[in-house]
Design a protein around this ligand. Sequence first.
Ligand SMILES: O=P(O)(O)OC[C@H]1O[C@H](OP(=O)(O)OP(=O)(O)O)[C@H](O)[C@@H]1O
Ligand SMILES: Nc1ncnc2[nH]cnc12
Length: 257
Amino acid sequence: MFSQSFLCSDFSSLSKPPRFFSDSSSSAITTLSSTHFPPLSFRSSFASPRIKQLEGQRETRKNFPSFLCFSVDSTMSAWDGEDPRVRDIKTKIRVIPNFPKPGIMFQDITTLLLDPKAFKDTIDLFVERYKNRNISVVASIEARGFIFGPPIALAIGAKFVPLRKPRKLPGEVISEEYVLEYGKDCLEMHVGAVETGERALVVDDLVATGGTLSAAMNLLERAGAEVVECACVIELPDLKGRERLKGKPLFVLVESH
Ligand SMILES: O=P(O)(O)OC[C@H]1O[C@H](OP(=O)(O)OP(=O)(O)O)[C@H](O)[C@@H]1O
Ligand SMILES: Nc1ncnc2[nH]cnc12
């Protein structure tokens, strides 16, 4: 299962060659905190007053033809007011080259979990973003998504729904196959876990090709839920996972190239 998933981030598919690091340096994590709004070059911390201002600008921008919005975009991508918590989180994610196979730069969040402050900051940043969004379901994906989804669900007063790999859930399930870069995988959700009209947040540790998030969204939507947003700690933007999300907002704390 693990290896199947990692085939999808085979760096032979990237336009830029992967950068390799000899130790646990976090320098592979180069940018952070994109929001669900284009462009990807927008980097900011969502928790600060500044982001609210920028989001307001984006709202305004929607009402103008795109050629009038150019300067706003430039300002946004130049903004470097990074939340110090995010900066610290970045340093705690270890990058291991050639795991689980040659060419893969593995983003290891276990080192983030070893630091209680950085781990708590990670959860807090998501909670700050989602606590007043009227979300009733947090759905996460086995296995690493289960580390981040439940604490967020508890903190925002939502239920937690596990989305699991095949034949793990004991009750009646609906299944969603998805295509990875090479091969296929499948996610399942219990029938009755989500009701029609519920507002759902999908949480995972990382988005690579976007196949996993896309399947998760499909499961929730088939059950009648509205997916409000997807949230991940890490995005590998070179794999263009956002493009598979059918325009659904994706919020991430750090990007890794
Ligand atoms: O965007 P994608 O290309 O779909 O890849 C992202 C998925 O890959 C990893 O999971 P993995 O299947 O390795 O399972 P694990 O959490 O059990 O390690 C990661 O935790 C995401 O769920
Ligand atoms: N490079 C990567 N690091 C960690 N998890 C991943 N899932 C898919 N690609 C990954």
